[in-house]
Design a protein around this ligand. Structure first.
Ligand code: PMP
Length: 375
């Protein structure tokens, strides 16, 4: 068709890839995008003035909350589906499945629809009911399951994997965000964007890890072009990744429970922290790690609201705690990049609920005392 030909020509000329514009962002604001998928990625990098002034470093953050699905996970959902479609493993009318408590479900439901596919999301039944409702509103089929160990066949991840395998027409895809290299590849692009946006002038990158896709992809992209850039992990309470990075020790969930380490979800920061080594985290090139506390994350979220008007989620706040710790460790004059994974809207019932924070003994109290709350 002539329109298809024109679209192809247009993409060739504009440098667009049809999945996250690849022209660096500036001109993509001026052109007509190809629907939802062209809105994913190429997020702005913003300078956080207050953090920068107070630390003497340049603290820059990728505004991932501006993705259409509201989080960094849009990149992963798009990449996973795009690769499967390109390789003929998924066709319109197919089913995309995932086991997830977090933002990945929302991103997958949206991206599946954009490719003419359906989504099936399995989640534990103790996850906030709004999450299931939101996914259903986005057209996904949702199954809520009693929380069990990852080794149990009824764990939500295993249910999602089996559901994809059971599709009789073979037109199905288990997204598998923890293990799939597509997650890593999605974040190679995030890293390349950071290189373009900073002109390669950065000293460090810091973030938390859930699947590990972000820190793995970004670290690989940065170190390929700028091997001297240092990459740091910031790890919440209950997670084993800090030990993995600093001492080479990683416990499985079962070992962690046996050793009475805290439960991986024993933190207010949703989406980061884990007690098993995922294929994606194994791909990360990490130079050092910092621990972050729930209190630091809560205080940071308030700090960012007060000083910047930035309303961010818990992992984004923890990443900024990490940026301050890296700034103090490296000393002033360094440029440090981090990620604002999602906005605060999804966190109104916990992280941004004064009642919930009071119940958890986490009522913020550091207002007006600068960054003194970062230990
Ligand atoms: N923040 C949020 C809100 C997330 O949903 C996730 C993904 N679980 C992360 C941070 C961590 O990113 P990654 O999975 O790439 O390590």
């Amino acid at each position: 068709h002539l329109t298809d030909l024109l679209a192809l020509l247009y993409r060739a000329v504009s440098g667009g890839s049809g999945g996250g514009a690849s022209d660096g962002g500036a001109s993509s604001l001026l052109r007509v995008g190809e629907g939802l998928v062209d809105l994913i990625g190429n997020t702005p990098l913003i300078r956080i003035r207050s953090l920068s002034e107070e630390t003497g470093c340049e603290i820059l953050a990728k505004a991932e909350f501006l993705n259409p699905g509201g989080s960094v996970k849009d990149r992963v959902a798009l990449q996973v589906i795009q690769e499967a479609v390109a390789e003929g493993r998924l066709r319109p009318g197919g089913l995309v499945t995932e086991g997830t408590v977090g933002s990945t479900g929302v991103s997958l439901a949206m991206c599946a629809a954009a490719f003419g596919c359906r989504a099936f999301i399995a989640m534990p039944d103790d996850a906030a009911i709004e999450k299931a409702q939101m996914l259903e509103a986005l057209g996904a089929e949702v199954q809520r399951l009693r929380p069990v160990s990852i080794t149990h066949p009824d764990h939500f991840v295993n249910v999602a994997r089996r559901r994809a395998a059971a599709a009789e027409d073979g037109n199905s895809l288990f997204a598998d965000q923890f293990e799939t290299p597509a997650n890593f590849r999605a974040h190679l692009k995030t890293g390349e964007e950071i290189l373009r946006q900073t002109g390669g002038r950065l000293h460090a990158f810091v973030s938390g890890a859930g699947t590990g896709g972000t820190i793995a992809g970004v670290s690989a992209a940065l170190k390929q072009r700028r091997p001297e850039v240092q990459v740091f992990l910031v790890d919440p309470p209950g997670s084993s990744l800090y030990n993995k990075v600093t001492r080479g020790v990683m416990y499985t969930r079962e070992e962690a429970e046996g050793k009475r380490l805290r439960h991986p979800f024993d933190t207010i920061t949703e989406g980061i922290g884990i007690n098993r080594l995922t294929a994606n985290f194994s791909r990360a090139k990490v130079d050092g790690a910092f621990k972050g506390s729930d209190r630091e994350a809560v205080e940071m979220a308030q700090y960012l609201l007060r000083n910047e008007g930035l309303f961010v989620g818990s992992s984004a706040a923890m990443n900024c705690v990490g940026a301050v710790k890296v700034a103090r460790a490296l000393g002033s004059g360094h440029t440090i990049v981090t990620v604002l994974c999602d906005g605060g809207h999804r966190h109104l019932s916990k992280f941004h609920s004064p009642a919930y924070l009071a119940e958890s003994g986490l009522t913020p109290e550091a207002a007006g005392r600068g960054l003194g709350f970062v230990e």
